[in-house]
Design a protein around this ligand. Structure first.
Ligand SMILES: Cc1cc2nc3c(=O)[nH]c(=O)nc-3n(C[C@H](O)[C@H](O)[C@H](O)COP(=O)(O)O)c2cc1C
Ligand SMILES: Nc1ncnc2c1ncn2[C@@H]1O[C@H](COP(=O)(O)OP(=O)(O)O)[C@@H](O)[C@H]1O
Length: 318
């Protein structure tokens, strides 16, 4: 079991003999949105220590992310949906992802309550890696100093996270959201350590795409993305094939204007993609999303987008 959801399940994983966390763990706590270079460094720190102590490495995340809980629609955009975050954490070598629901009950934990119930009873933590600005518990009353002093008494160590800088500034999810908001894809790649990508399941849409000459694989996004507009992409399908495509990411103001989605038209492809998880890498910004007066205008613009994408692909591959 690599994903543990909720405190009740967590206790089953730590309080029974032979359970994966019965001998404790090395853990870190955070949002890990984007799993960027800074996160990857923390993950390496956790993995090294876990290997040294011979216990599993754990990343604790929250759903919704705390700012989403407190600020709702005003919260910053997400860099990746939860499932993609989970897969990226596992791919970077983490043994167990613990996902706790951030709700009224959770936010009202006192600092000590969080340490006792979650870190000690739940995780049996041996070694905790968190930033020295990490705050937790009701009114953010718990801090690094409290963790250290309780850790000294109760037998767990607390270590500060290493920080990573690119071009003189700290790598952060906020900084990546900003550069993506300005369509600076190459800068985002420098901060992420890989090109910006979104992974998700293809769902049914309004079946309008094929009627206007542009069938699109639709991936629903639970929250507004940091990127908005039309892009040249490549998409990897479940069979491992990677194909060129053109994607629109936004709310499709011309036809519905509400639910955020990522829609990908694969150039030179015919087939069915419903139900597949596809991985979409953003390579080049073509234009912003526009509300057209008619579906016919949209159709003509999409045909031009395909030409522009092919022209860009011709140049970039020769
Ligand atoms: C290359 C491309 C560009 C698009 N640009 C816009 C746009 O500027 N404004 C908009 O409202 N929708 C845009 N769309 C989304 C279309 O509205 C959507 O794909 C179409 O309605 C089909 O929806 P369906 O998959 O639910 O059938 C674009 C789609 C593609 C593939
Ligand atoms: N070239 C293509 N690019 C993307 N999807 C395609 C393509 N050819 C066929 N499809 C299939 O058609 C579906 C999209 O057609 P569309 O009319 O837009 O329907 P929907 O509104 O359900 O997304 C995709 O989910 C996929 O299964």
């Amino acid at each position: 079991m690599r994903l543990i959801r909720g405190l009740t399940n967590l206790k089953q994983f730590s309080q029974q003999a032979e359970a994966p966390l019965a001998n404790g763990c090395v853990a870190t706590i955070g949002n890990f949105d984007g799993v960027h270079l800074g996160h990857q460094t923390i993950i390496d720190q956790v993995r090294e220590k876990a290997r040294e102590l011979g216990v599993p490495s754990v990343v604790m995340v929250f759903e919704p992310q705390p700012r989403e809980f407190f600020q709702g629609d005003e919260a910053p955009p997400r860099l990746m949906p939860f499932r993609q975050k989970f897969e990226s954490l596992l791919a970077s070598g983490i043994d167990i992802v613990l996902c706790l629901r951030f709700n009224e009950k959770f936010r009202s934990y006192s600092g000590m309550g969080f340490i006792e119930e979650v870190l000690i009873d739940g995780l049996r933590v041996h070694h905790l890696v968190v930033g020295d600005d990490f705050r937790f518990g009701c009114d953010r009353a718990g801090d690094f100093a409290l963790l250290k002093s309780v850790g000294d008494k109760r037998g767990f160590a607390v270590e500060n996270t290493r920080t990573v800088e690119v071009a003189g500034d700290r790598v952060s999810s906020t900084r990546i959201r900003q550069v993506l908001g300005e369509n600076r894809l190459a800068d985002a790649e420098d901060l992420l350590g890989h090109p910006y990508r979104i992974r998700g399941r293809v769902v049914y849409g309004q079946q309008l795409g094929r009627q206007i000459g542009a069938p699109t694989a639709n991936v629903l996004l639970p929250r507004m993305p940091a990127l908005r507009g039309v892009y040249v992409v490549f998409a990897t399908l479940e069979d491992g094939r990677t194909l060129d495509g053109v994607a629109n990411i936004g709310v499709r103001p011309t036809v519905d204007g509400k639910q955020p989605s990522l829609e990908v038209h694969l150039l030179d492809f015919a087939g069915t993609l419903y139900g597949q998880r596809i991985d979409v890498v953003f390579r080049h910004f073509l234009r912003g999303e526009v509300k057209f007066d008619s579906v016919d205008d949209l159709k003509h613009q999409i045909a031009r987008d395909f030409e522009d994408a092919r022209a860009w692909l011709d140049i970039s591959t020769t």
